[in-house]
Design a protein around this ligand. Structure first.
Ligand SMILES: C[S@@+](CC[C@H](N)C(=O)[O-])C[C@H]1O[C@@H](n2cnc3c(N)ncnc32)[C@H](O)[C@@H]1O
Length: 316
């Protein structure tokens, strides 16, 4: 039960955040960012305060369990009321929500997005159907149509000729990427499964891109590390086993040309990324790679709330 938010009415949100951060600086680890966002880190958890328009501030508290969350809420609320004017704000926290119950994208918005991008053609529609039939529940691993459209558009915007994909499955994303490459383009596609990628091969042929794709079966980290030293890429998509994301990222970034793009999928982990109660190896690795990307001077990055969270990192 680790996340809860509160919206507080205050005349000067930036000023209130600054005061609170200063007030708590002896009892907690505090940080005030240039955009007036304040972060308070306590032993029990964390609270991030953000100005929201001229008369509000929003607070997001996270902790590993309900008791710790209540303690974070209590500390922040008490100190906020201490620094506020005597007729100070009322602070009403929402009920705690577990990370995996967060609604990442409202279903109404999600449907609208899906139905307002270039529609999937017959090949991609058939591929999605064949994957559902062959993989059942595992078909969830396949990227959705709007994410495929995004990948294709990014490949074109970057003007990519050489691309690499880590995590092929039945070939939806690789088809979108390969189609967006020029006729002499090349996609190095890495996966461990001959079973799933046999479906991919069939659909690459149908899409007319089989000759641009070089499928390598085996642990992707071995494939990447075995590449010639001078092999470079313009575009990379990482969508395989999550614990290896930091290693994939570190292998790929040095091989990106300046202006090249690496895209990382599932950086939200269904909301578990935001919730410290979730500590399995997937979530730990994704939080780690999210920090690595954010602090990496070699790239500029942005995280998009597309599906399960997509990070774009462009090599400087
Ligand atoms: C989420 S799926 C990829 C979905 C795909 N991008 C699509 O659009 O359908 C993850 C894939 O990563 C592959 N995988 C898992 N561990 C791997 C590893 N160590 N090296 C390479 N591929 C791996 C799995 O076999 C699976 O096909």
């Amino acid at each position: 039960m680790p996340t809860s938010t509160a919206h507080v009415t205050t005349d000067r949100p930036e000023h209130s955040i600054k005061q609170l951060i200063s007030h708590l600086s002896h009892d907690a680890t505090t940080d005030l960012a240039g955009d007036s966002r304040g972060t308070i880190t306590l032993p029990e958890g964390r609270c991030v305060l953000t100005p929201a328009g001229d008369h509000h501030l929003s607070m997001v508290a996270t902790a590993a369990d309900a008791d710790s969350l209540a303690s974070v809420q209590d500390v922040v609320t008490r100190h906020l009321l201490e620094v506020a004017a005597p007729d100070g704000p009322s602070v009403d926290w929402t009920d705690p929500v577990a990370g995996d119950a967060l609604q990442l994208v409202d279903p109404v918005v999600g449907d609208y997005l899906l139905t307002h991008c270039t529609p999937a053609d017959e090949v991609l529609t058939d591929l999605a159907g064949a994957t559902r039939e062959a993989a059942g529940g595992a078909a969830r691993m396949q990227i959705a149509q709007d994410e495929g459209a995004l990948l294709g558009m990014l490949v074109k915007l970057v003007g990519a000729r050489r691309a690499v994909e880590v995590g092929v499955f039945t070939g939806y994303s690789s088809t979108c990427i390969a189609r967006a490459l020029p006729a002499d383009g090349h996609l190095l596609a890495c996966d461990v499964s001959t079973e799933w990628t046999s479906i991919a091969r069939e659909y690459w042929k149908r899409a007319g891109v089989a000759d641009r794709i070089d499928l390598r079966i085996g642990p992707a980290i071995d494939t990447l590390r075995a590449l010639p030293a001078d092999e470079t890429f313009d575009f990379a998509f990482i969508d395989a086993d999550k614990p290896s994301y930091p290693d994939y990222y570190e292998e790929i970034v040095p091989r990106l040309r300046p202006g090249g793009l690496v895209v990382l999928d599932n950086v939200f982990q269904g909301g578990r990324t935001f919730d410290p109660a979730f500590q399995d190896e997937n979530q730990v690795a994704i939080r780690r790679v999210n920090e690595i990307v954010m602090q990496d001077d070699r790239v500029e990055s942005v995280m998009l709330a597309v599906r399960d969270g997509v990070t774009l990192a462009r090599k400087r």
